[in-house]
Design a protein around this ligand. Structure first.
Ligand SMILES: NC(=O)c1ccc[n+]([C@@H]2O[C@H](COP(=O)([O-])OP(=O)(O)OC[C@H]3O[C@@H](n4cnc5c(N)ncnc54)[C@H](O)[C@@H]3O)[C@@H](O)[C@H]2O)c1
Length: 344
């Protein structure tokens, strides 16, 4: 069986989830890695027995000609690196968020289209068994009319986390708690509830020396009439406390909680369904805050590249949650209600 050849750019914290996952996928192989700090690329290549490593990612793309590249660099760099890969006819998998602005995100989508390569945006939390069960319940219509959705991210990040790398907490490369830490939650709320009509938000920088926000709250008016609330904090005392989604409808109430939307805290519907037997087995408690979803996510990437299935989250799906977050920022900045779709 032909193996899908991957290369990775950015051998930092999240890269190990990718290296570990690719090793576990039978028809996938990591052939090279790159980092601007050469030592990091060398250490990754030694640890994961990768044949080559580079300091300059463009040289890696030119020399190694991988089938697909995994982009694990600071968020503001994702579009440019993705465009460089797409122009070389290399498929692109970018870590979340795909970009920190819509204009660059659109350029990336367009360049991938023009060069007929696939674009995937990593949204591994959609694969949490608890979230999958909730999505199924919504799709089956078990809630009846949807009334409200709540996403809560009550985590903590010490100043040392932001000081670890210069890109963290900057508008140019990162964004704030909405765009970085809570981006999966914005993705889940719009994926589960459907299209957004308008938003309003407040953000604040309360407890860190950073440019971007460490605290915020947003309200979402969905096109189906439901109202959503998103509360995000990086200032929770004394540690990460909650990462949850609650959906309420005419005939059901579900809360997926734990520290990172893994545990089923509440599951109640008017009518019985055989899926109710799966509550216990779908409730998990991963030791790693990023969860174990990268393996499932990258398996989908490999299957999609082999023509066996569609992408779980392609560039256009990734853009939707980015648009929602950018709209929140626009509201926080202007003090106004912002209608979607955004114009720029
Ligand atoms: N899916 C998830 O749950 C999840 C979790 C954590 C991080 N992320 C995302 O992954 C990305 C990276 O986050 P991280 O925590 O691993 O950051 P990190 O700072 O630990 O790693 C980034 C790496 O990119 C390298 N780099 C920077 N510029 C480069 C360049 N020009 N060429 C090559 N390498 C370069 C850095 O040297 C560093 O090693 C971010 O976009 C973040 O939002 C996603």
């Amino acid at each position: 069986m032909k193996k899908v050849k991957f290369a990775l750019i950015g051998c930092g914290r999240i890269s190990s989830n990718h290296f570990d996952a690719i090793q576990k996928i039978e028809n996938a192989e990591m052939i090279s890695c790159a980092d601007i700090i050469e030592k990091k690329a060398r250490e990754a290549s030694e640890k994961y027995q990768i044949k080559s490593y580079y300091k300059n990612y463009k040289k890696m793309l030119d020399n190694e000609k991988p089938d697909a590249v995994l982009i694990c660099t600071p968020s503001g760099m994702h579009p440019l690196m993705g465009i460089e890969a797409a122009k070389r006819k290399i498929n692109v998998i970018t870590e979340k968020p795909m970009s920190i602005d819509l204009h660059s995100a659109d350029k990336l989508v367009k360049t991938c289209d023009e060069n007929e390569v696939e674009l995937f945006v990593v949204k591994q939390n959609r694969l949490n068994p608890s979230i999958q069960l909730l999505k199924k319940a919504i799709d089956k219509g078990r809630f009846g009319r949807l009334f409200s959705a709540n996403a809560t991210v009550r985590w903590t990040r010490p100043q040392s986390y932001y000081d670890m790398s210069k890109w963290r907490g900057t508008w140019e490369f990162d964004g704030g708690a909405f765009l970085n830490q809570a981006s999966h939650y914005f993705d889940l709320i719009q994926w589960l509830m459907g299209p957004v009509e308008s938003v309003m938000a407040f953000t604040a920088t309360l407890n860190h020396e950073i440019e971007t926000e460490d605290q915020g709250a947003g309200i979402i008016h969905f096109r189906n009439g439901a109202i959503g609330v998103v509360e995000v904090s990086m200032n929770t005392f004394p540690k990460n406390y909650e990462g949850s989604i609650t959906i309420m409808g005419e005939n059901g109430t579900v809360k997926i909680g734990g520290v990172a939307v893994n545990a089923i805290d509440h599951w109640e519907f008017k009518d019985y369904d055989d899926d109710d037997k799966l509550i216990e087995s779908s409730s998990t408690n991963p030791t790693n805050i990023y969860g174990f979803g990268h393996l499932g996510y990258l398996k989908n990437v490999v299957d999609a590249l082999c023509g066996k299935t569609d992408a779980l989250t392609d560039g256009r799906a990734g853009r939707k949650s980015l648009e929602l977050i950018i709209a929140m920022y626009e509201s926080a900045k202007t003090g106004k209600k912002i209608a979607l779709p955004l114009k720029y």
